[in-house]
Ligand binder design. Sequence first.
Ligand SMILES: *Cc1c(COP(=O)(O)O)cnc(C)c1O
Length: 454
Amino acid sequence: MDSVKYLLPESDIPSAWYNLVADLAEPLPPVLHPGTKQPIGPDDLAPLFPEALIEQEVSTERWIPIPEEVRDIYRQWRPSPLFRARRLEKALDTPARIYYKYEGVSPSGSHKPNTSVPQAYYNKQAGVKRLSTETGAGQWGSSLAFAGALFGIEVLVYMVKVSYNQKPYRRALMETYGARVVASPSEETEAGRAIIAKHPDSTGSLGIAISEAVEVAAKDPETKYALGSVLNHVLLHQTVIGLEAEKQMAMAGDYPDVIVGCTGGGSNFAGIAFPFLGRKLRGEAEKDFRIVAVEPAACPTLTRGKYAYDFGDTAHLTPLVKMHTLGSEFVPEGIHAGGLRYHGMAPLVSAVVSRGHVDPRAYHQLACFEAGVTFARTEGILPAPEATHAVKGAIDEALRCKEEGRSETILFNLCGHGHFDLQAYMDYHAGLLRDHEYSSEEVAMALAGLPSVG
Ligand SMILES: *Cc1c(COP(=O)(O)O)cnc(C)c1O
């Protein structure tokens, strides 16, 4: 029987998240205070996050139990399906077997509710009344708005102004879930007012919106801050993806030779890859495999950035973390994969790349949209612009297998659908999209502003 979908029952939703930190040979470099540049303690993070999330952020435990209330909500869309891309394989005429885990089945259409739900849960437990956050294209904002609605927490979203004006449908979704959405930079915060005073026409950036959301949380004892990627606890929550995929690959009687994910802040990539990588680090993997992280050439954090201490935001309110970065001043080209336009990378993903466990790779957006269209015309699902990077990575691996005459197994994460991103596809079909290659001078200039840490 040639199965296309591998489906798990609700009872197979993982009961614990997997923490890669437990299996690293060396610990992560410490997080530093932005002022003193000394290692920070859990207390320094208390104004922003509830204790339970701070504990997860610094935990070295391998398994962290998922609360029953969270598992119960996960049942709305989890376990997500694993597909064998038989029609794509046929179109590519490849001997490779291609599988994809599809996270677009969640209510907001991406992997992000895997973490927005537990984040809202722990904040509710701590008595928090309101969550503030930033969003670029709106994927994270709508995922947190959904979670806020379930737990009765107010959600305040600073949305990058250019997206606020250009993407009214994501905003409508957030407002339908009950969130308040503010165009950033705004007059509501000091960080926002400072930017507007300097640049009255600023169309905003993720770094600015983070500064606004962090400021609001730091000043209001009833408000905490929520981040949709980058942090250890966010990557932890996303491991439900890979934990389910392990079981589904076993159902298929197969095991990956290559695992592919796209990287913006690193969370969906970590979600699919870390449970497999953990087994490898513990010497328990069925066989050896490669892991490929795909990023946009217009924001080449892993392939051309530096592994160094940097700030997470523009106003330099966040702690310093060691990560691959293009510099907090870096403003990437306005490519359509909005979720991949971040100057930094998750410290955990950066660490495993620098330690040689992951091969990073960058693609231009035109090639990615072409792959996305091929995928839509064979498998039927329209990938989010971010997800087309993973699709392109998987297709390239499959074509390599064809050239080499090898029937390898490729697993990739299809992290979201593109139903809110049709303008991007319209622009692609109309020939309006361009590729942008950064010169070495531009990259060097952006990196020159990195903070010096002794
Ligand atoms: C937010 C987002 C991303 C980028 O974030 P990661 O933390 O790197 O996963 C990628 N794809 C989709 C669909 C997103 O919504």
